[in-house]
Design a protein around this ligand. Structure first.
Ligand code: ADP
Length: 469
């Protein structure tokens, strides 16, 4: 052995950081997070910073009635019959604890709740910086404060087992340069983990071969919101040990993304915030084509079906009253960087995007009728958050087209974050997995803002399981 720790955590996203903090709080004296990239925070640092939890202080303040069961039911619906109810309930039951961990560490949230697609009530907090770094940075700081050792540019390469097949350590490449595979590595080291190994290596959305093996339409040309390190090799090593792959083909695309910018960009958070009081319009017909706050899969599929007369993709547009759009901090940037447009009239808007004006005008009037009545007769959208928010000029517009965002598949875990062995049917001793690397929890479609609680609660759970808490 080159080094010995009590707990080795691989990956420094939400799951790894929460696991590290909880392990230290539970009394672990020697816990190290190994991260292959030069910076910590993973894909988590560049996500939307949206956090769903039931029965929060903000819900109480605002009189929103919610419960663990209600949140679980919303998620089960989106999971279309194959989500893991026990895992969902475990996470929803502990989501408030995880939210508290971020607040205690110094995370700051907007003073309002959002109602994201598929959620039956407003239950989503968002960091004031409107991205995940508003959580990973405070958690990193907290890790250092509680004595978690953090090592970057160190890539996990495989497990070390004892004669009984228990995971007792990891093989790592120290001095790893993701940016330059040919640079080689400084040194290969074997690290012994006396209490256990927690795999928190995230998803595989950036592994084009693997995602195309599941869904051939997800070619390299399809946009992706993820950090470059989301390549899945940690997950594969667990499969080699016997871990069970679940739901690998359920790869989620974000329906709020824009084809006019790279990655998550500015538009994603802007449109997530604005969907409840906006309309999404098919440019061929001038009509709405979906419930703007349906679950992500429903919306992504509906957008992908928007085509021109030749059948080529024709990104639909989201139309918002500027009056409401400007409430979101990204609105200025969206307009400034040319990934959104502002129009004084529907005529100008229709001309710019080549949308038939008459049906568009009728659509806007019809929709305003739904705002008034509170009943969306076209798509059954929950109009609660659209109350009083009529569509009127001036308008802002962004284009929409789905980008690969999240892998619902991964290794199967239980509510203790243990990994099941497909050969023996028992758990793989010494091994725990948390976060996006684990699969099956959400089924067909994960609801927005449910990933951070998933990652953090399962990271905390892994640490507690190891420490016998
Ligand atoms: P989650 O949201 O599930 O916590 P993230 O994608 O935010 O996942 O974080 C996973 C982290 O794991 C990323 O920072 C990524 O660079 C890191 N990682 C992935 N594979 C390896 C590996 N083989 N060795 C070390 N770190 C890894």
């Amino acid at each position: 052995w080159d080094e010995t720790v009590e707990i080795a955590i691989i990956g420094s996203g939400f799951a790894g950081l929460a696991a590290g903090i909880e392990a230290a709080r539970q009394g672990c004296k020697s816990v190290t997070i190994f991260e292959k990239m030069p910076v910590f925070g993973g894909n988590s640092a560049i996500n939307g910073g949206l956090f769903a939890a039931p029965q929060t202080p903000m819900q109480k303040e605002q009189g929103v009635e919610d419960s663990v069961e209600r949140m679980v039911n919303d998620q089960l619906k989106a999971g279309r019959g194959i989500a893991d109810e026990a895992l969902l309930r475990h996470v929803a039951s502990h989501a408030m604890e995880a939210l508290q961990m971020t607040i205690d560490a110094g995370a700051e949230f907007h003073p309002y709740l959002q109602q994201l697609g598929g959620h039956s009530v407003p239950r989503t907090y968002q960091t004031t910086v409107s991205c995940g770094a508003g959580i990973t940075q405070p958690l990193l700081h907290e890790c250092r404060k509680v004595g978690v050792n953090m090592v970057s540019r160190t890539k996990f390469n495989g497990f070390i087992l004892d004669d009984a097949g228990k995971v007792v350590g990891v093989r790592l490449n120290k001095g790893y340069y993701f940016e330059d595979e040919d640079a080689g590595v400084e040194k290969e080291i074997n690290v012994r983990a006396t209490r256990g190994v927690i795999m928190a290596t995230g998803g595989f959305a950036q592994n084009v071969d693997l995602r195309m093996a599941q869904d051939p339409t997800l070619t390299a040309e399809v946009g992706c919101t993820n950090a470059k390190g989301a390549t899945g090799e940690g997950m594969f090593e667990m499969f080699r040990l016997g871990a069970i792959p679940v739901h690998m083909a359920h790869i989620q695309s974000g329906p709020w993304a824009s084809p006019d910018e790279g990655g998550f960009g500015y538009v994603s958070n802007y449109s997530i915030f604005n969907f409840p009081h906006s309309i999404a319009v098919n440019r061929m017909t001038g009509k709405r084509f979906m419930n703007e706050i349906a679950d992500r899969k429903t919306r992504a599929d509906a957008e992908l079906a928007c085509r021109d007369a030749e059948g080529n993709p024709l990104p639909p547009i989201m139309i918002t009253s500027y009056e409401h759009a400007k409430q979101h901090p990204n609105c200025k940037k969206v307009l400034k960087y040319g990934v959104g447009w502002k129009f004084d009239s529907l005529e100008d808007l229709a001309k710019h995007f080549d949308v038939p004006l008459k049906p568009l005008k009728e659509q806007v009037e019809e929709y305003n009728g739904y705002v008034k009545s509170g009943n969306d007769e076209q798509f059954g959208k929950n109009m609660g958050k659209a109350k009083g928010k009529y569509l009127k000029a001036p308008f802002t517009v962004v284009r929409l087209w789905p980008k690969v965002h999240y892998c619902q598949g991964g290794v199967q875990i239980n509510t203790k974050a243990e990994v099941k062995d497909s050969f023996t049917g028992k758990r793989i001793e010494g091994l725990y997995a948390a976060g996006e690397v684990a699969g099956g929890m959400h089924g067909v479609s994960r609801l927005g803002s449910c990933s951070i609680p998933d990652c953090m609660v399962m990271g905390m759970t892994a640490a507690r399981s190891i420490m016998g808490a």
